[in-house]
Ligand binder design. Structure first.
Ligand SMILES: C[S@@+](CC[C@H](N)C(=O)[O-])C[C@H]1O[C@@H](n2cnc3c(N)ncnc32)[C@H](O)[C@@H]1O
Ligand code: SF4
Length: 431
């Protein structure tokens, strides 16, 4: 069984905080032709993979960054129908499409068409990047809508929701607080705060993601800040508006609201109503195999996948596969090459051993509310006195440990996920 990511590297314009590799198409004269060519190349890649993993069962499909809705609704449907022909979508658990909140009519049409065409899919998940209600930030960062447009858009989404459609809304904590004359600090205007509270209380969204702003190379704001300050904070992203505390205060503001209206935090940045956490994201955090299509894509195949050898042959892997615990590789980063059907970048292939696998499994599992089962299993990659450290963390309520017979389970408690990096660094020998 596999999950599929489908990458869409086009956006109207590139947002100033974004460090994803995307091609802004607003001023491109040949945009329609380029997208048509891209869809054709993707279909060819799907067909090539299907010769190796014909009728493979697909668990989830995720149309990911930049803006999958740059493709017309009919393109998306055609791609899904082709996947249905070449693979086995009988038990598909979730189909996610990421989108921006505009143009609104296209999103409404997409929801209605997907619902009508894909009645058998139990969950069609639309993940919408709202980012903020602050008009200044929206404008400064190059987003193409404002707070008023968002209120109309979100109210309409609520009205047209269908039984098998689910909504996830993304926000970023930018850390922009204002100090009022009376000394109080304010996040947004009252209308924006009230609307956020209505939005969460109405439970029209099944889940929310709240990220803290991180600025990395390839984003405009990062480069502007680097030019101004000429310094980088030891490997972490830079902040644009407030300091770390202000960003975390805003994050906590979201967090408290989500928790108070019954959204449960199921991962560092993700909150969902009961049974509504993303099946696809969970598969990723649990290190199940996934194939990622289109340029820049980075796939991962677990050793226990029944076609591990066939996939290694497809990629021209020459190493003895008994020494590999899993494989990771990327597709070409050159869109031109991709369009010429030259897909995988075989130089990017990483063949990882069992130890690397344990490290990755440890830090991915600890991000989620599933936590880590069988702590002893990770002993080869943990620091020598890990048991003492776990005991101390447990006393401070950063982690919860549960012992069942020989199995010790480790779970981060609620205050905790915010100190996730420190906990991981204190426990893992190499990271
Ligand atoms: C793959 S992105 C793109 C989604 C979609 N194109 C959009 O912009 O709405 C998914 C999410 O990552 C988050 N994100 C993007 N850049 C970020 C940054 N610099 N810091 C924190 N979160 C970021 C945003 O919330 C965004 O919705
Ligand atoms: S945030 Fe979304 S719309 Fe903006 S550039 Fe990044 S992927 Fe594109």
């Amino acid at each position: 069984m596999l999950s599929l990511y489908i990458h869409t590297p086009f956006c109207d314009v590139k947002c100033d905080y974004c460090s994803f590799h995307v091609l802004p198409t607003k001023d491109l004269e040949n945009e329609p032709a380029l997208i048509t060519e891209y869809v054709a190349a993707l279909k060819k890649e799907i067909s090539e993979w299907s010769s190796t993993i014909w009728k493979e069962e697909i668990k989830t499909i995720y149309f990911w960054w930049g803006t999958p809705t740059k493709l017309w609704t009919q393109n998306l449907i055609d791609i899904i129908l082709l996947l249905d022909e070449k693979f086995d979508l009988e038990d598909l658990g979730e189909l996610t499409i990421e989108c921006n909140p505009e143009p609104p009519e296209q999103i409404y049409d997409l929801i209605k068409t997907l619902h009508k065409t894909l009645k058998k899919v139990p969950r069609i998940r639309l993940s919408v990047g709202i980012q903020t209600f602050d008009n200044d930030i929206l404008k400064e960062s190059g987003r193409q809508y404002n707070f008023n447009a968002l209120t109309t858009f979100l109210r309409t989404l609520q009205k047209i929701k269908q039984y098998n459609v689910s909504y996830n809304l993304d926000f970023i904590a930018f850390g922009k607080w204002r100090t009022l004359r009376n000394g109080e600090r304010e996040l947004w205007r009252a209308a924006e705060r009230d609307f956020l509270e209505w939005l969460i209380a109405s439970q029209m969204a099944d889940s929310f993601s709240a990220y803290t702003l991180e600025l990395f190379p390839w984003s405009t704001w990062y480069n502007e800040r680097i030019q101004q300050t000429d310094k980088m904070k030891d490997g972490h992203g830079l902040k644009q508006y407030g300091d770390d505390d202000e960003v975390y205060d805003e994050f906590n503001y979201y967090k408290e609201l989500f928790l108070s209206y019954w959204y449960k935090r199921y991962e560092l940045s993700n909150f969902a109503l009961q049974w509504k956490s993303s099946v696809h994201n969970r598969a990723y955090w649990e290190m199940e195999s996934y194939l990622w299509l289109w340029s820049w894509a980075s796939s991962f195949i677990n050793k226990n996948h029944k076609q591990f050898k066939g996939i290694a042959d497809h990629l021209w892997v020459t190493t003895d596969i008994d020494t590999i615990a899993w494989m990771r590789w990327s597709n070409t980063k050159a869109i031109k090459k991709y369009l010429e059907w030259d897909y995988a970048d075989t130089t990017s292939l990483i063949e990882m051993n069992a130890q690397d696998y344990l490290i990755e499994e440890f830090f991915l599992s600890l991000r989620t509310d599933s936590g880590i089962s069988n702590l002893e299993k990770y002993q080869p990659v943990l620091v020598a006195d890990y048991k003492n450290i776990v005991a101390q963390l447990s006393e401070q309520w950063f982690v919860e440990t549960q012992r069942r017979e020989d199995d010790q389970k480790l779970l981060l408690t609620d205050q905790w996920m915010d100190v996730y990096n420190e906990i991981i660094t204190s426990l893992l020998e190499h990271i």
